[in-house]
Write a protein that binds this ligand. Structure first.
Ligand code: C5P
Length: 238
């Protein structure tokens, strides 16, 4: 898969998502479905959006014992998602099991294996909380890179990270290891609750493979125009 813009559809009802996607007459944006929508609407939402021709990143951030995650991934593969994810903190054993589950699920369905990416440390976790509550005393950047390397060595396809970390992740894990980066804003936007942000063109320069963009598109007066601007800045479509 090449570079792309993934639109975070952070809505709580199916109707809101369909009303939003109906705005796109010519484009078929890559869609991110998060926990809120998945748990609210159920797995049918994935199949329905897939049937409309969209690629899907299912952002459920799985984290459990290896056997449970393996079986979960098997089910997710059968839903036909294109990207799914888990927490690298679940250990390499869990990540390898997850990958096996995805492979089995995809093979049984005759589908392509979804890409599997790892969350390293959540951007809401800072150095202080990591030391105080998780009892991890290393610098957070080192922890993020070490988790990314565990993911790579477990056979995963990439990580979710800040665009500011994308270059370093590529240095440590190789150019083909995917970096999927939220925290994207247009130059003139307010940051909202995102603290460390980049514009789509800066994220491109930084080496992000996929940018995940929510409110700058979903909250825009003209979402289609905002989406196209992201594509132009990030992929430089003519
Ligand atoms: O609206 P906004 O562009 O900030 O949305 C970013 C999306 O990326 C949201 O769905 C958010 O949950 C997700 N995300 C994030 N930071 C992370 C991981 C995921 O903002 N570290």
């Amino acid at each position: 898969m090449g570079k792309d813009v993934i639109v975070a559809c952070d809505f709580s009802t199916e109707k809101e998502v369909y009303d939003f996607l109906d705005l796109f007459q010519q484009d078929k944006p890559f869609v991110k479905i998060g926990m809120e929508l998945f748990y609210g609407a159920g797995p049918g939402i994935v199949r329905n959006i897939k049937e409309r021709g969209h690629k899907i990143f299912l952002d459920l951030k799985c984290h459990d014992i290896p056997n449970t995650v393996k079986k979960t991934m098997k089910v997710l593969a059968s839903l036909g998602v294109d990207i799914c994810n888990l927490h690298a903190a679940g250990t390499s054993e869990m990540m390898r099991a997850a990958l096996e589950g995805l492979k089995e699920g995809a093979e049984e369905q005759g589908k392509e294996r979804p890409l599997l990416i790892a969350v390293t440390q959540l951007t809401s976790t800072d150095q202080e909380a990591m030391e105080r509550e998780l009892l991890i005393e290393k610098p957070i950047d080192e922890v993020v890179m070490s988790y990314a390397l565990n993911a790579k060595n477990s056979g995963l396809d990439g990580v979710v990270c800040s665009p500011l970390e994308a270059g370093k992740v590529h240095q440590v894990c190789g150019e083909n290891f995917l970096t999927v980066t939220p925290g994207v804003r247009f130059k003139e936007d307010s940051k909202g609750d995102q603290k460390r942000v980049m514009t789509p063109s800066e994220a491109k320069e930084a080496g992000s493979d996929y940018i995940v963009v929510g409110r700058p598109i979903t909250g825009a007066l003209n979402p289609v125009e905002a989406y196209r601007r992201c594509l132009e800045e990030f992929i430089s479509l003519a």
